[in-house]
Design a protein around this ligand. Sequence first.
Ligand code: SAH
Ligand code: SF4
Ligand code: F3S
Length: 442
Amino acid sequence: MSETAPTKRLYIKTYGCQMNVYDSERMADVLAPLGYGMTDSPEGADLVVLNTCHIREKATEKVYSELGQLKRLKAEKAGMTIAVAGCVAQAEGEEIMRRQPAVDLVVGPQAYHQLPELIARAHRARGERLAADFAPEEKFDALSTERRPSGVTAFLTVQEGCDKFCTFCVVPYTRGGEWSRPPDAIEAEARGLAEQGVREVTLLGQNVNAYAGEGGLAGLVRRLAKIPGLDRIRYTTSHPRDMDEALIAAHAEVPELMPYLHLPVQAGSDKVLRAMNRAHTAESYVRLIEKIRAARPDIAISGDFIVGFPGERDADFEATLSLVREVGYASAFSFKYSRRPGTPAAAMPGQVAEEVKEERLHRLQNLLDEQQRAFNGAQAGKTLPVLFEKTGRHAGQLIGRSPYLQAVHATAPDRLIGEIVSVRIESSARNSLAGTLALELA
Ligand code: SAH
Ligand code: SF4
Ligand code: F3S
């Protein structure tokens, strides 16, 4: 870490999942010793990094329109370097270089530790592309476990890549196969964060519960729970197939493990699940949720859904709605199926019309919204432990999170940032709760 004042301005824009958020932070760490300090606008930046997402067509297209705007800024600012990182860089690096001459370099998710070298070389000749090989161990070996957290919560990547090959998904191609970081390195990073005031970590992985380090994810959670000051542990994203007994038991037994689980199912029709290569049925998913709820009755369940997968008929979609009714979600993300080049589903017959997808998405989202409001509404009158993270929009207000990951607003003094405080919940909306401090503080 550089102790000297930054001399160059770095702007990073992050798209996509939390793993990209983590990666962006680590890219900033890697660049700090070279004199780069973060700025929050691309105007006048010396280096602009777009950390991109390839998951749906829209996400990918955004990158190209953003690059169009950056090209104009670059024309005004001599010496601006533009780098494209992340999953689009991995998937279509050559196309980026071809379509947008303003781009100086492209770097895939497993190579960003080499950014300093790439930037130096790009200054000599444009067109460096570093993407193709997946070597997460090299990346993590090259990165220090020391970080400068920016708040009281932090993301911590423990696993990368995916071997599941759901037929709609690009992730196995953009991030490579499943790989787990050694537990010692993770613990060192978590301890460092806790020593700097981090109270909550979210362990990240494309399939985080496939974590294969000693003791699996459950073992890792138990180990991290012992770190002084680290009071809350979360993890995301999980696959139903990797939800083992040990992890379920951890939800019952480890108080630091928060009662919230993002467990995507994607669809409720077995025919569609089979075509998606999910390797589970609707029934097995529902039974799994029951088991988890038996271990931790108050757990908040969240999920991801895709509507309009090739071959999805009305009856299949109805099966998704009934699964949602049966499970009862605290929150969820839902998407129209997006045809991704190179994935098996892109070539499947029975592609669904846009209007049909639109209509199904609307119906599904109405139901999920209703469930989310109901889940939030059920907290009214309860007293919940809230970890305050930052000041709110109104003077004297703080914003924190409940154990169930709900945003909670309350009138409270700034010194409570970083504290876990009892808050009595008075009202709720779709996306947040409001309450008052339950204890008169001295
Ligand atoms: N590894 C995680 C999530 C990866 S991507 C998992 O398996 O759950 C996040 C979500 O994006 C997926 O859960 C899925 O709902 C959605 N998604 C992925 N590919 C998609 C596509 N081609 N079209 C629409 N949504 C997609
Ligand atoms: Fe994509 Fe499926 Fe892997 Fe999730 S499990 S990242 S949806 S291939
Ligand atoms: Fe997007 Fe890559 Fe994450 S495709 S969702 S940024 S793993």
